[in-house]
Design a protein around this ligand. Structure first.
Ligand SMILES: Nc1ncnc2c1ncn2[C@@H]1O[C@H](COP(=O)(O)OP(=O)(O)OP(=O)(O)O)[C@@H](O)[C@H]1O
Ligand SMILES: [Mg+2]
Length: 254
């Protein structure tokens, strides 16, 4: 790890008049993997979306690799080309094959010719063990496969920073496993990742740092095992306790 990749300072954002993020400061070092946890509505998705300007911040600053995020078209293009985004819902284009889905951002954001983009897309799919799915359409795949293809699409542009928003939460428990495996694989490659997830095993094993958010603020952050094993704040402790009891009672027995 060397040097700072992302710096967020004094970030405030919201919708209409409702303030959601109430002053977020966060630094991510190159190669660092950070898991963001927190109750529903605490602003986790809003935080991720502010980074590539999918949500417009009210105030504060975001720098990626020294470049300040702003609506200026040239800047925005560079920012978006250096971040990959994986949403809870896979958002693949249904009328395009998996190969086309993965190749498209290379053609649009990196201005690669189609043939070269597809070659590069195929190598990312192969790397994630999805090569045979290249010619299929999203609806021919399981949810887990679609989400893995969405991860491939985000990786195809070789982003400096990969943003993932609850990539497993829309999936049935038996399909989560394969996506978590893919996340491990990506984490091992040393790419910087900011990931909202309640997969605590993944957080414990793969994250460098855990950030706990509540009500639009970072309540606690620190070494992943430290925060998960010995949270210092009562709110973090209570949240983790509830999350674990929910996980242990799954699937519901009645
Ligand atoms: N597009 C929107 N328009 C209006 N309000 C929104 C919008 N998106 C989110 N909100 C509100 O902002 C608050 C924070 O939402 P956000 O999605 O960032 O939370 P979250 O921590 O990601 O929650 P979850 O765990 O449920 O995904 C919530 O009160 C939500 O209702
Ligand atoms: Mg969310």
């Amino acid at each position: 790890m060397s040097g700072e990749l992302l710096r967020i300072s004094g970030l405030r954002a919201g919708y209409g008049r409702i303030e959601v993020l109430r002053g977020i400061d966060l630094r991510v070092e190159r190669g660092e993997k950070i898991v963001i946890l927190g109750p529903s509505g605490s602003g986790k998705s809003t935080l991720l979306k502010c980074i590539p300007y999918l949500v417009r911040p009210w105030s504060g600053e975001i720098h990626i690799d020294g470049l300040q995020v702003s609506p200026e078209p040239n800047t925005l293009r560079r920012i978006r080309a250096s971040t990959g985004f994986v949403f809870q819902q896979y958002n693949l284009f249904p009328h395009m094959t998996i190969l086309r889905n993965v190749a498209l951002p290379l053609e649009l954001n990196k201005e690669m010719p189609r043939r070269e983009a597809e070659k590069s897309a195929l190598s990312v799919l192969n790397m994630l063990g999805l090569g045979e799915l290249a010619g299929k359409y999203p609806l021919e795949l399981s949810g887990g496969q679609q989400q893995r293809a969405a991860i491939a699409r985000a990786l195809a542009v070789d982003p400096k920073l990969l943003l993932l928003d609850e990539p497993t939460s829309a999936l049935d428990p038996e399909l989560r496993y394969e996506v978590v495996e893919t996340l491990y694989q990506v984490a091992k490659q040393g790419r910087s990742m900011l990931i909202v997830t309640h997969e605590l095993d993944f957080a414990e094993a793969a994250a460098d740092r855990v950030v706990f958010m509540d009500e639009g603020l970072i309540v606690e952050e620190g070494d992943a095992r430290e925060v998960l094993g010995h949270p210092r704040k009562e709110r973090t402790e209570r949240f983790l306790r509830r999350l674990r009891s929910r996980l242990n009672s799954f699937p519901p027995s009645n």
